[in-house]
Design a protein. Structure first.
Length: 295
């Protein structure tokens, strides 16, 4: 076995140690990752999802009737885990709900040094404050700029949409999905959601752009979007590619042990050779002959 394969195998084995379930038990797991399909052509900008999210999570509840929030483009915050923005396009106003995308291979999880940010078996990406050491690498690594820190708190937490994970465990849908009056949001497994999304696009080719955002972006995500206009016109990043962000660091992480152990060994060897060469020169200057030096 070559060194690289050995290191990869060792790293994989090490990462598998904390897993409590046996292989036999994992083979019985048939649960699929869940997600939400957002059909922006159906959204009327009522912001019922914002209110429901805030109520369910004990966050700031916006006054959707008088705060004029749709007059500007907003980002999520530690007190509002989802927001609805209005974009003026050639096809009229388009309303877009924004929240954590719950990536299939989350960059925030890969960047977390202590596994405080983790992906659940059901699919949602959530956060354990008991493990967090406050490095905020999750904030820097997220391509969608979602995790937010409670900077005003003496003990800041990382706040973001968890897809209402506790509700899912209780057999309920995310609060925003339950609150939507226009069926803009559909909850289900990604496989089922992709079937629905493709059917809508193929059945109404003039109504939708022929792309399902979240199917492949950054490796794919739990939240999927349909739109009547190009996604870059409604605030989505279109430069993410299809490679999961953790994949970009794989070769770097494999090379770290080689650098840590290989480089010092190389430098030590060069130092020994240099010392040996100096000893030979000193012996010649003194007229001594080192055994084997002239052979």
């Amino acid at each position: 076995m070559d060194r690289r394969l050995f290191l990869k195998t060792a790293a994989t084995a090490g990462a598998a140690l904390p897993i409590r379930n046996t292989v036999a038990a994992s083979t019985k797991e048939t649960r699929e990752f869940v997600g939400v399909l957002v059909d922006t052509t159906r959204c009327i900008g009522c912001r019922s999802c914002e209110v429901a999210c805030s109520v369910a999570n004990g966050n700031f509840v916006p006054d959707v009737n008088s705060d004029n929030a749709l007059e500007k483009i907003r980002d999520t915050s530690d007190k509002q885990w989802t927001v609805v923005n209005r974009f003026k396009t050639g096809k009229g106003d388009v309303f877009v709900k924004r929240q954590c995308m719950h990536c299939w291979q989350p960059a925030c999880v890969a960047a977390c040094l202590v596994n405080a940010m983790y992906k659940t078996r059901e699919g949602p990406v959530t956060w354990n404050g008991d493990k967090c050491m406050g490095c905020r690498f999750c904030m820097v690594s997220c391509p969608f700029d979602i995790p937010k820190a409670e900077y005003h708190s003496w003990n800041p937490r990382i706040m973001k949409c968890s897809m209402c994970y506790e509700r899912l465990q209780a057999g309920k849908k995310p609060a925003c999905v339950d609150a939507c009056p226009t069926d803009t949001l559909m909850f289900g497994s990604k496989r089922e959601l992709m079937e629905v999304a493709r059917h809508r696009v193929y059945s109404h080719p003039d109504k939708y752009v022929h792309q399902i955002y979240g199917e492949h972006e950054a490796g794919g995500s739990g939240w999927l979007y349909l739109s009547s206009v190009a996604f870059d016109q409604i605030g989505f990043r279109t430069d993410l590619g299809t490679t999961p962000y953790p994949e970009y660091t794989k070769q770097f992480l494999v090379s770290v042990p080689l650098i840590l152990f290989g480089v010092p060994a190389l430098l030590l060897g060069l130092s020994e050779l240099a010392d040996r060469k100096n000893e030979v020169h000193e012996d010649k200057d003194k007229g001594w002959t080192t055994p084997g030096a002239d052979q």
